[in-house]
Design a protein around this ligand. Structure first.
Ligand code: BGC
Length: 247
């Protein structure tokens, strides 16, 4: 049965699993280790190595995909919104390939999540434009047109009052400012209405940890576009990264 390994590097945790590519499910436990303080490249590499060892795949020849919270163009990380600035203009894919002694596929985390939802989740068989957004520490986005990914869309960095809208609208803003669901949803409304006007999507998919509680905020949004919760919550980055690595 076709399998690949997915690793999802986040601001707080580094997670990994062995993915069943036909079903988009995990054939292993989901292993999680805290992201090292500061998230500098060398420390993150050590932690990824540790996670792969725990998963028992340190010497595996299965395809390996790594999802990361930054713009990733041809293996190079180009931004660092919620991570160490060392990652800006950094040959991340090569750094991990050299460090792990194997081939890897390095991709943006929201793009990975979008691919997981498109191939195996809430946007399966969706036609036209699906916009996946992940609401967490920041806001990640993925555009899929008839299932084809257009990478690095970065909607969390649309500007509002001179700063990235994710500062104001991500799930972390709700926690930081102790907002009610209603107050936070009003911010989401502004964000999604603007994105809807700009891109006329056919479907919005909402991921990130908060998609565990879709009933608290999705009904409060008034949009022309259907908006649904992601199916794969904390495994979407793992599943999508593994799928992309196997392409
Ligand atoms: C980053 C994106 C990332 C998103 C979610 C944003 O701050 O710029 O690249 O996808 O956070 O992690």
């Amino acid at each position: 049965m076709a399998q690949a390994i997915g690793v999802d590097i986040g601001g707080t945790g580094i997670k990994a699993g062995i993915v069943n590519l036909a079903h988009g499910t995990l054939d292993s436990d989901r292993v999680r280790v805290n992201t090292p303080v500061g998230a500098r490249p060398a420390d993150v590499l050590d932690t990824v190595r540790e996670v792969l060892e725990t998963l028992g795949v340190a010497d595996s020849t299965l395809p390996l995909g790594v999802a990361f919270p930054a713009i990733v163009k041809r293996g190079k990380t180009l931004s660092a919104a919620n991570i160490a600035k060392d990652w800006v203009d950094f040959e991340a894919e090569k750094f991990f390939e050299d460090g792990l002694g194997r081939h890897i596929t390095f991709v943006n985390d929201a793009d990975a999540a979008g691919v997981a939802e498109s191939r195996h989740g809430a946007a399966r068989d969706a036609i036209g434009l699906t916009i996946m957004t992940t609401l967490g520490t920041g806001i990640g986005s993925a555009f899929l047109h008839d299932g084809v990914l257009v990478p690095n869309t970065e909607l969390g960095h649309l500007h509002r009052d001179g700063e990235s809208i994710e500062r104001w609208t991500a799930y972390s803003a709700m926690e930081r400012e102790n907002l009610s669901w209603e107050a936070w949803s009003a911010r989401l409304q502004e964000f999604y209405s603007h994105v809807e006007f700009l891109f006329s999507p056919d479907l919005f998919v909402v991921g990130g940890g908060v998609s565990k509680h879709p009933e608290k905020f999705l009904p409060l949004l008034d949009l022309k576009t259907p908006i649904v919760a992601a199916v794969h919550r904390n495994a979407s980055g793992i599943i999508g990264a593994a799928s992309l690595a196997a392409d």
